[in-house]
Design a protein around this ligand. Structure first.
Ligand SMILES: CC(C)(COP(=O)(O)OP(=O)(O)OC[C@H]1O[C@@H](n2cnc3c(N)ncnc32)[C@H](O)[C@@H]1OP(=O)(O)O)[C@@H](O)C(=O)NCCC(=O)NCCS
Length: 168
């Protein structure tokens, strides 16, 4: 059974572990020849249990976790930028053991619905041209490429993708 809920402080250790394993697997399979290892290490450090705990304290941030049979399978994390109506999606990941079962789409649709409920007009994110599963997921959910960012972070190209929302 699949369910989505807000992350609680009691989830941070497990959620951080899931993210770390997801990032490592994704780097091995898609990013190894593109994204520097030190960039991966930095990203993992930003998803420590302590960072997740601090992130939960900010009311305008949100993190949803998806569970499969009561096991944390993935997370989506985003920042609502003040009162601007812009949502910056920081991270979405589904653990490799749970991928290709619709959980990524479930998480992203939850983030979109929640952003609409909060009357936000736009969700934006940064991704890499080599992340084929993620690019496909974003396109499927109505995101469009908004900018190609040449040598943005870590000297590699990023793609900024966005979706414009109608608030509910
Ligand atoms: C991207 C990710 C979250 C997708 O999660 P998932 O649960 O496996 O995806 P879903 O089963 O919900 O699939 C939704 C859509 O994503 C795309 N997709 C997912 N896996 C794919 C793959 N291996 N190859 C190509 N497209 C893929 C497809 O368009 C799919 O729709 P379809 O099933 O109708 O074809 C997951 O692959 C992941 O965690 N990747 C590593 C982390 C990552 O890249 N995060 C984004 C950083 S910017």
């Amino acid at each position: 059974m699949v369910s989505v809920r807000k992350m609680q402080s009691s989830d941070v250790e497990q959620a951080s572990k899931i993210t770390r394993e997801t990032m490592l697997d994704c780097w091995e399979r898609y990013e190894k020849n593109y994204y520097p290892k030190r960039a991966l290490d930095f990203d993992i450090s930003m998803h420590s249990p302590e960072h997740y705990r601090d992130f939960l304290k900010v009311e305008t941030n949100f993190t949803f976790i998806v569970e499969e049979n009561s096991e944390i399978a993935g997370i989506v994390q985003a920042v609502i930028v003040g009162e601007s109506g812009l949502v910056r999606l920081n991270w979405i990941g589904v653990h490799p053991a749970h991928q290709n079962k619709g959980l990524g789409r479930t998480l992203l649709e939850k983030a979109i619905a929640y952003s609409s409920e909060k009357s936000c007009h736009k969700i934006t994110l940064y991704t890499l041209p080599v992340l084929i599963p993620a690019l496909n997921l974003y396109l499927k959910c109505g995101f469009v490429p908004e900018a190609y960012l040449r040598k943005e972070w870590w000297g590699v190209d990023f793609i900024k993708m966005s979706k414009w929302l109608q608030s509910v």
